[in-house]
Design a protein around this ligand. Structure first.
Ligand code: ZN
Ligand code: ZN
Length: 366
């Protein structure tokens, strides 16, 4: 085969570089998924459970940081297993390494990196966050490892409670709880939502967690389950204070799970309803515009309205304004009225099978 001339290589060069250029472009675009402040709180997007090649994951720690940056996350924790190291022949089992490797890039990209380990004892797994000695849990019994996490002033939560079938408040969990070794629970892990574990949040005053537990490379930001942290400041201290105070909401694709108070405050901050509605002269229909300034979904259903008013509402999609029609009966009032609609936010769960209901008020101006 003839050797291509230098001039020909020069001509082909842009074509040869194109794939590399595309790859660079694809790698360096950050999605915008706005979660504006709610009152005094920053709403931080966190994934506090993920794996790398240092346990049974398939990626290097810096990849986790870059993925988080691309997907507009604020906080991550790399939580490799203490006692499960299938790649040990090729990669050291020293659990100091993933955090040490990921730290400089996280710092450079403004991602908060929480030191974490997954305490992995049989079918019961916990994540310990804010650990100071990563290797101290290895080869220990569950209660001893959890006591060690407490000694390190870690924040510990129960991972994927229903991954082996319907979750129960197993004896080791009850013991961990009574010994004050359990502060939170993954109500969501990846694509799973454990409805049976949801009531324990209120019953035992546990912090709600929702994480990806990702092992392979992250392919879709929308499918990654996250925890929204209501933090007084965007710092590791702020993350810890929010977790300790139970100010979290689970965000699993379209679904939101949290306390009625936090879900209501999210809705109030992110969904804007008009101050008044007015039908054009001589008509009996008015426009109701509902604007959602966030990356969250809000599926809406009107569950209560004045008898003389019919409103059909469906959803307020992320970062958009939805237009709904208000139909007015013949006996609608002839003078200005204060109106209250009760909206069900069907995808926001304040408890199992308990969608959030929020009152929305505006003036009706005939
Ligand atoms: Zn696990
Ligand atoms: Zn895991």
């Amino acid at each position: 085969m003839a050797v291509p001339s230098f001039a020909r290589i020069l001509r082909l060069l842009p074509l040869l570089l194109l794939p590399a250029f595309c790859l660079l472009q694809a790698q360096n675009v950050r999605l915008a998924r706005p979660t504006p402040k709610v009152g005094e709180f920053h709403v931080l997007k966190a994934d506090l459970h993920m794996h790398t090649v240092f346990s049974d994951g398939e990626v290097w720690p810096t990849t986790r940081v870059l993925e988080a940056w691309r997907e507009d996350l604020d906080v991550i924790s790399i939580s490799d297993h203490d006692d499960y190291h299938p790649h040990e022949k090729d990669v050291t089992a020293d659990l100091n390494r993933p955090f040490a490797i990921a730290s400089p890039l996280a710092q450079g990209l403004g991602i908060l990196l929480v030191p974490g380990v997954e305490i992995t004892k049989g079918d019961i797994h916990f994540n310990a966050l804010f650990v100071t000695e990563f290797n101290a849990f290895r080869g220990k019994e569950l209660q001893v490892a959890l006591a060690e996490a407490k000694r390190q002033s870690a924040f510990s939560f129960w991972n994927h409670p229903g991954w082996k079938g319907t979750a129960q408040w197993w004896p080791p969990i009850a013991t961990a709880f009574s010994d004050k070794l359990l502060q939170g629970i993954e109500v969501v892990n990846g694509n799973s939502y454990y409805a049976e574990a949801h009531p324990w949040v209120g019953q035992y005053k546990l912090t709600i967690l929702s994480n990806s537990d990702i092992h392979r490379p992250s392919l879709s930001a929308e499918e990654r389950s996250l925890t929204l942290l209501f933090a007084r400041e965007k710092s590791l201290g702020g993350v810890r204070e929010a977790l300790d105070s139970g100010r979290t909401v689970a965000w699993q694709q379209k679904r939101l799970i949290g306390s009625e108070a936090l879900l209501t405050s999210l809705f109030r901050a992110y969904v804007q309803t008009p101050a008044h509605i007015q039908p054009p002269a001589g008509t009996r229909t008015a426009a109701l515009q509902i604007r959602n300034v966030s990356a969250l979904h809000f599926d809406l259903k009107v569950v209560e309205a004045p008898k003389w008013m019919t409103v059909t509402a469906s959803q307020a999609a992320p970062q958009s304004t939805a237009l709904f029609t208000v139909r007015l009966a013949k006996d609608a009032p002839a003078s200005r009225q204060r109106v209250t609609l009760r909206l069900e936010v069907s995808n926001a769960l304040a408890g199992p099978n308990t969608p959030l209901v929020v009152p929305v008020e505006f003036d009706y101006v005939p």
